[in-house]
Design a protein around this ligand. Structure first.
Ligand SMILES: NC(=O)c1ccc[n+]([C@@H]2O[C@H](COP(=O)([O-])OP(=O)(O)OC[C@H]3O[C@@H](n4cnc5c(N)ncnc54)[C@H](O)[C@@H]3O)[C@@H](O)[C@H]2O)c1
Ligand SMILES: [Zn+2]
Ligand SMILES: [Zn+2]
Length: 383
């Protein structure tokens, strides 16, 4: 079958001779992929920043498709169902899944106490192949896959497997109170969705910071927020304090993660020399520009090794930090309602639709942020 194949940092290609996935466990299902996306998280793999990303892996943790085969214990879905598949692989039974922390499932990645299983996301998250392929094996098919409602556009559905619930959870973790000023760092799909969802929690003012004007223009309209390009600011932290009565924002959301730009030392240490688990520039800005007693919500992904953060400021300012991989399954029913009610129109952020055969070009465009790219959907020829 045709599938994306990782060949090493900055090198991916579509191969036609990849083996078809098979049922390996009675709870498995095989899904024929209809849509799959490239995520900012895939860029961390593509850029060689995630340990144990093995040559030959197929990436892709955002996908929807049709069930074509099920194992003998699968009851929740059947052949022919069109399903959205949460990016977390979750058993549904472990101590973490029982608390709806599906992003931390212990059974799907038992080698690690630090991360649950994720489709197509290196052997640090279980070594599963992902959905940038014609077919994909979906473990624990009684837990994750959720039937796509008839009325739902597939382009919306695929964004419910990660982007929408992740942006929502970023706002949820931020503990937004009525009237709060919310600053979101990052105007990628995750930051855009976090800004949109901040209003659903009662934000009084939403500010988004990035360096790409085209993304800032988009989010200004999509999420009705204020936007600022940090490259035009002498010091983003001082600027945010100035526009928030000198106290700082009530909450700050880091929707950038390990590949943050804006500070040479952090970029050198975290992205070039790989001496820390990514560049922590956006996280520094978030911690330093939130007000005393405020909340910093981190959805940007960082690597497992140590990284510099201004911990003294966290302590002295009494900041609460909340972070996590999104628990997609927990949020899916609510996200489906928001799409149905018209509160969120995820597909509006799709700028590129690329045949799976051209996956290399898809990664190149998204990685270099060319051609006004916000979100790329890959479409397999068999879809
Ligand atoms: N926690 C989760 O469950 C989860 C799920 C999906 C994605 N993520 C992570 O969220 C992050 C964003 O994902 P995305 O798909 O939006 O990625 P993206 O690459 O499309 O967007 C990142 C944006 O951050 C901007 N940026 C860079 N440095 C910045 C800085 N210092 N301040 C403000 N903006 C800055 C970039 O210009 C870019 O627009 C990634 O780290 C990704 O791995 C986390
Ligand atoms: Zn993703
Ligand atoms: Zn579990």
């Amino acid at each position: 079958m045709l599938a994306m194949n990782f060949r090493g940092p900055f090198r991916v290609r579509a191969d036609r001779d990849r083996p078809f996935p098979e049922i390996e466990h009675p709870e498995d299902a095989i899904v024929k992929v209809i849509r799959t996306c490239i995520c900012g998280s895939d860029l961390h793999l593509y850029h060689g920043l995630v340990p144990d990303t093995r040559v030959g892996t197929t990436f892709g943790h955002e996908f929807i498709g049709e069930i074509v085969e099920v194992g003998s214990s699968v009851e929740k879905v059947k052949v022919g169902d069109r399903v959205m598949v949460p990016f977390n692989i979750a058993c549904g039974k472990c101590v973490f899944c029982k608390q709806e922390m599906y992003g931390m499932c212990h059974e799907s990645n038992p080698q690690s106490t630090a991360a649950g299983g994720i489709f197509g996301y290196s052997h640090t998250t279980g070594g599963y192949h992902g959905g940038q392929a014609e077919y994909v094996r979906v473990p624990y098919a009684n837990v994750g896959p959720t039937v796509i409602p008839d009325w739902m556009d597939p382009d919306d559905a695929v964004l419910l497997t990660d982007v929408v619930p992740t942006g929502y959870q970023a706002a949820e973790m931020a503990g937004i109170q009525e009237g709060d000023t919310v600053v979101v760092f990052g105007a990628g799909p995750i930051g855009i969705m976090a800004a949109k969802c901040a209003w659903l929690f009662g934000a009084g003012r939403v500010i988004v910071i990035d360096k790409l004007d085209y993304r800032l223009e988009f989010v200004k309209d999509f999420a009705q927020c204020e936007v600022y390009n940090f490259q035009h600011l002498e010091d983003p932290v001082v600027f945010i304090k100035k526009i928030t009565d000198s106290l700082g924002a009530d909450v700050c959301i880091d929707a950038v993660g390990a590949e943050a730009a804006g500070d040479t030392m952090n970029t050198m240490l975290g992205r070039k020399m790989l001496m820390q688990g990514g560049s922590t520039t956006a996280l520094h800005w978030a911690i330093n520009s939130v007000k005393k007693g405020g909340i910093v919500s981190i959805v940007g992904v960082y690597g497992p090794i140590d990284a510099l953060v201004p911990i003294g400021n966290v302590v002295n300012k009494g900041i609460t930090i909340r972070a996590g991989q999104c628990s997609v399954k927990r949020l899916l029913p609510k996200m489906i309602e928001h799409v149905k009610n018209g509160n969120i129109s995820p597909k509006d952020m799709i700028t590129h639709r690329i045949p799976l055969e051209e996956v290399a070009e898809g990664y190149n465009i998204f990685s270099k942020k060319l051609d006004g790219c916000i979100k790329t959907v890959l479409i397999p020829p068999s879809a």
